[in-house]
Design a protein around this ligand. Structure first.
Ligand SMILES: C=C(O[C@@H]1C=C(C(=O)O)C=C[C@H]1O)C(=O)O
Ligand SMILES: [Mg+2]
Length: 468
């Protein structure tokens, strides 16, 4: 790591400071390269407070990405690709997770890659998801980070065996030249919302639910999450980043994820659900399922908790997730500590049943392939049993899930954090496709589930209608 100056600088000065450090590094590096391994040099310049999302909105280098954790003490806005871990091919999720983890194992421990997976790599792909691969993770060329209470601007010089280091340095210098340092531009409004449609529509939803409930009667399945795609058509093309910039509930307990591989084509998620966090062999995960809308109870948190903790159906729905997580972790962990009492996670317009779990990974599983394979999808977004639920989801739902409800987040060699890509949307040109679903169990009421599915796009819809 090269830190040109300890003093926090303005964006403009930080960019020149990084450019000078890069030039100096290049001048020293005259000998022919004898590397046997890739080389990563991080240039990190402390920065005066600068909002990462606002900075990102002024940049026009792609991909553009953004991450903020649920605790809001770690956020990153990144542009460009220094290195990536990606796969385009078909194949099942298990193969994908293995290939992904193998690539991560060889990476530089200081490099963090941001990105996501498809929910189910075996589903038919809709062209609207075209630039979103089976999985795609990026180490940005340049990133603005807020971490440990401090801001920094960093660039990554990534040199593969056989690469000309000086070419790489000049590419990075060119990028620094293109960085827009004036981030005070006023945030544009979203264009007007013209039209909204549901796929499935309400009638088709009832039919879908009826079919799902039949599989519970026959004993084939016990739970399934079914989802809906809501298409919004706007009057003109716009930057999908506007959704992030206009997100109004600053204190909400959510992760923020944004990935824009190509201009005006982005997937984003304001999700409350953590799939897991891994630090070395320590694993932190949770069950989140069972929902109460606070709309009809004036946003009353206490009442929402009471309703949820006394709802036999929601407790049952939640317990499927708890039990599956506990059972699957037995295969790869010791010291599994799952909270005995179910808690409630309060959001601005919803509340969910919530159970935290910590565990220690057995030495042979201290990487992400087995964890992803066992935990994704939990019955909160898949079903019980898992395999027939995945099959029924593909058959019953009239759209492709793409990255919706899939693991999204970041990974490095020794740590990772993935959330579940719900409360999410894909934006392409003038259209936004919003995704939301509900877990069905025996006795679920399709009308109530339709309402729940509606509530779950409430935040994104409020931004779209500029009510927020
Ligand atoms: C499927 C979604 O949410 C999931 C389903 C829930 C439920 O059915 O109660 C609750 C939280 C999430 O695990 C979604 O938001 O799209
Ligand atoms: Mg539910």
């Amino acid at each position: 790591m090269i830190i040109p100056s300890e003093e926090p600088l303005s964006i403009e000065k930080a960019v020149s400071s990084l450019a000078s450090a890069l030039a100096l590094y290049g001048d020293k590096h005259v000998e022919p390269d004898q590397r046997e391994q890739h080389l990563l040099v991080t240039f990190r310049q402390p920065l005066q407070p600068t909002e990462p999302d606002e900075w990102l909105s002024s940049q026009s280098v792609y991909p553009r990405l953004f991450w903020m954790n649920r605790e809001r003490d770690f956020s990153v806005a990144g542009i460009g690709i220094a290195d990536s871990i990606a796969c385009e091919g078909a194949g099942n999720n298990g193969d994908n997770f293995r290939q992904f983890a193998l690539s991560v194992k060889d990476k530089n421990p200081d490099a963090r890659y941001f990105g996501g997976f498809r929910f189910n790599n075996e589903e038919k792909q809709d062209p609207i998801w075209q630039p979103f691969s089976s999985f795609s993770f990026v180490l940005p060329l340049l990133q603005l980070t807020f971490e440990n209470g401090a801001f920094a601007l960093s660039c990554h010089l990534w040199v593969e065996i056989g690469d000309d280091i000086h070419k790489k340095i000049s590419a990075l210098t060119d990028l620094l030249d293109r960085v827009v340092t004036d981030t005070n531009s006023t945030v544009m409004k979203l264009p007007e919302l013209l039209h909204l449609s549901y796929n499935p529509d309400e009638k088709e939803w009832m039919e879908e639910c009826r079919k799902a409930l039949l599989t519970f009667e026959s004993g084939e399945m016990e739970k399934i999450m079914l989802a809906r795609q809501t298409t919004l058509e706007f009057t003109s093309i716009f930057s999908p980043l506007l959704f992030l910039l206009h997100y109004p509930y600053k204190q909400n307990t959510i992760f923020r994820f944004y990935f824009e591989p190509a201009p005006n084509h982005a997937f984003f998620s304001f999700t409350p659900e953590r799939l897991y966090r891994r630090d070395g062999n320590m694993l932190l995960t949770e069950a989140l399922a069972g929902t109460c809308s606070k709309e009809s109870i004036n946003g009353d948190d206490h009442l929402a908790s009471e309703v949820l903790l006394n709802s036999e159906k929601d407790i049952r729905e939640h317990n499927f997730v708890r039990e599956m997580i506990y059972q699957e972790l037995q295969k790869i962990c010791s010291n599994i500590d799952m909270e005995k009492e179910v808690n409630v996670l309060q959001l601005n317009r919803l509340a969910h049943l919530y159970t935290r779990c910590t565990a220690q990974l057995k030495p042979e599983f201290e990487y992400d392939s087995a964890i992803l394979q066992l935990l994704h999808p939990t019955p909160a977004v898949g079903g019980v049993p898992k395999a027939p639920a995945m099959q029924h989801i593909m058959e019953l739902e009239p759209f492709s899930r793409g990255w919706y409800a899939a693991p999204i987040g970041w990974v490095s060699r020794d740590a990772a954090e993935f959330c579940v890509g719900i409360r999410s949307a894909l934006v392409h040109g003038r259209f936004a496709y919003l995704y939301s679903g509900a877990g069905l169990v025996k006795g679920s009421n399709p009308f109530a589930e339709w309402e729940e599915v509606d509530q779950k796009i409430g935040d994104i819809l409020a931004i779209s209608r500029q009510e927020a």
